[in-house]
Design a protein around this ligand. Structure first.
Ligand SMILES: Nc1ncnc2c1ncn2[C@@H]1O[C@H](COP(=O)(O)OP(=O)(O)OP(=O)(O)O)[C@@H](O)[C@H]1O
Ligand SMILES: [Mg+2]
Length: 498
């Protein structure tokens, strides 16, 4: 482990890092910060949750000229929630230097943003469409930019933001520094990215596997119609602190969230059709723990850093291996452990191998739990709560009532009654869940020779555009989000994105 002091960081920024509780630099920070401080272009690839934000954020902030009131750096992120999160982290890193950071994203009142832009922010963090909008209105000027960062670069180049990104880059000085970060960087995307970079250094934190070793990865073979019962049983047995359940489509997410609520779980859904205010409020509730299951499309798969997420459930298998890596990476962050469960229907079995070959890690098979096991799980959770309550030693007030009760009944009966009352017995309230058709059983496209699997492992080509979604077989309603967006040539699509 390397100390931040040894990386050439200013004392003002060191002060912020101390306040944030960062003691030592993570490997990706150790490798990229010195290069970045020398203004080198670079592509940084490191596992989820290993501190890539600070890896680009620390040098970005450190290079800000405090005396200057112009925009000097810009960070582009694929989703609004991620833009907000990254801006918050940059704000913290910039505390020592009093750097001014502003988040600019779609779905928020543009006039409010225009007013905020008048306060001379030095760093902008935003989503591509809204940044471009401000550039066109001349409310953002990029001629003094020295650094452009693409966070989740592969996703943005993949998901149809390429034209927007290129337009933004074209308005920045050519001598700028360009930084790309992601946990995944498929070869075709990397090749495309290099076109707008100067002799980029590729920093890949060497690891055996693409996913985080601290995440236990399981798959459960389950029929489509049994998925929901298996999910609730797993939730009952595994008792996550916070859990994210990923579904394939917006409709799926809505139905799942509703079904979970009917069965007594505190769940809410997040996807791109909700208003921005709703999206942010759902996420806030999840962070605060007032809901404990977040049901999401891939809109929440990338970059989000929510502490307390102990379990990720892929209710529907993701459509490409990169999405798998990012989804499960919402747990097991910053050295913590996590559990990832992936449901696989018999007809989607071929997708398992594709994911495993890309991540270079095998998932362990888990049998779907029975109703009795779910009940046992809930009972165990109650027992733990009781033991915790005994430990807290705050029972004086209840002891007299306990003694009176024990005069009438034997101790085992009393405790059994209490256990029964506290245990959430598996609920069979009927729920409505439209069946998803399985993904097409297409064979994996091999990336011609050389054994480079990084760019391969693509499942399928999908002929659809964001914003003008064409239903394909099995997805006639609901609108799909995220997932595969390559066209047949293996090159990313160039859709205009919203
Ligand atoms: N040097 C450090 N010491 C302690 N904690 C750190 C350090 N660097 C980052 N962190 C914390 O680790 C967590 C994960 O960091 P971050 O979100 O930047 O990961 P990431 O690599 O960008 O992941 P993803 O690929 O999912 O976007 C954050 O809560 C961050 O504050
Ligand atoms: Mg990140």
């Amino acid at each position: 482990m390397t100390k931040f002091e040894d990386l050439g960081i200013s004392s003002a920024t060191m002060k912020s890092l101390k306040k944030m509780g960062f003691e030592e630099a993570t490997p990706v920070q150790t490798e990229t910060i010195p290069l970045s401080l020398q203004n080198k272009d670079l592509i940084g690839q490191a596992q989820t949750g290993t501190g890539k934000t600070a890896a680009f954020g620390i040098p970005l902030i450190d290079k800000i000229d405090n005396e200057s009131n112009v925009i000097q750096g810009i960070v582009i992120a694929p989703t609004r929630e991620l833009a907000v999160q990254v801006s918050e982290e940059l704000y913290k890193i910039g505390y020592g230097k009093r750097a001014r950071v502003l988040a600019i994203y779609g779905g928020q009142d543009i006039n409010r943003q225009i007013r905020a832009l008048k306060n001379n922010p030095q760093i902008i963090v935003g989503t591509p469409g809204r940044i471009l909008d401000h550039i066109n209105r001349k409310t953002i000027k990029l001629e003094n930019i020295h650094t452009v960062v693409l966070d989740e670069a592969d996703e943005m180049l993949n998901m149809g933001f390429i034209e927007d990104i290129e337009s933004i880059l074209a308005k920045t000085p050519t001598e700028r520094q360009t930084l790309l970060f992601s946990a995944t960087m498929p070869a075709p995307i990397q090749r495309m990215a290099e076109k707008f970079m100067k002799d980029p250094q590729i920093v890949r934190v060497k690891t055996k596997e693409m996913t985080v070793p601290l995440i236990e990865q399981y798959y459960v073979e389950v029929q489509e119609k049994s998925k929901f019962d298996v999910l609730t049983r797993l939730l009952d047995i595994q008792t996550p602190e916070l859990a994210i359940v990923f579904g394939r489509t917006k409709r799926r997410v809505d139905e799942l969230a509703e079904a979970l609520n009917l069965r007594g779980y505190m769940a809410e859904g997040i996807h791109g059709d909700l208003s921005q205010a709703k999206r942010l409020s759902v996420l806030r509730k999840f962070k605060e723990g007032s809901i404990d299951v977040l049901v999401a499309t891939d809109v929440a798969a990338r970059g989000l850093d929510i502490s307390g997420v102990t379990h990720v459930y892929n209710f529907d298998i993701p459509q490409d291996p990169e999405s798998y890596v990012h989804r499960i990476g919402r747990t097991g962050r910053a050295g913590k452990e996590g559990v990832a469960m992936t449901f696989i229907t018999p007809r989607e079995k071929s997708y398992l191998g594709v994911v495993e070959r890309t991540t270079k890690r095998k998932m362990e098979k888990m049998k779907p739990p029975t109703l009795d096991e779910a009940l046992e799980g809930q009972q165990k959770a109650v027992l733990e709560k009781i033991l915790q309550s005994i430990d807290s030693n705050n029972l004086q007030f209840y002891k007299q009532a306990a003694e009176e009760l024990l005069e009438q009944q034997d101790a085992t009966t009393v405790v059994a009654a209490v256990l029964k009352m506290l245990t959430k017995e598996p609920d069979t309230t009927p729920v409505k869940l439209t069946e998803e058709k399985p993904l097409p059983n297409k064979r994996e496209r091999r990336s011609g020779g050389g054994g480079d699997r990084r760019g391969g492992g693509k499942f399928d080509s999908r002929d659809r555009k964001r914003g003008s979604y064409k239903p394909r077989q099995g997805q006639s309603r609901g609108g799909s989000e995220g997932g595969k967006r390559y066209n047949n040539s293996g090159k990313p699509r160039t859709n205009s994105a919203k």
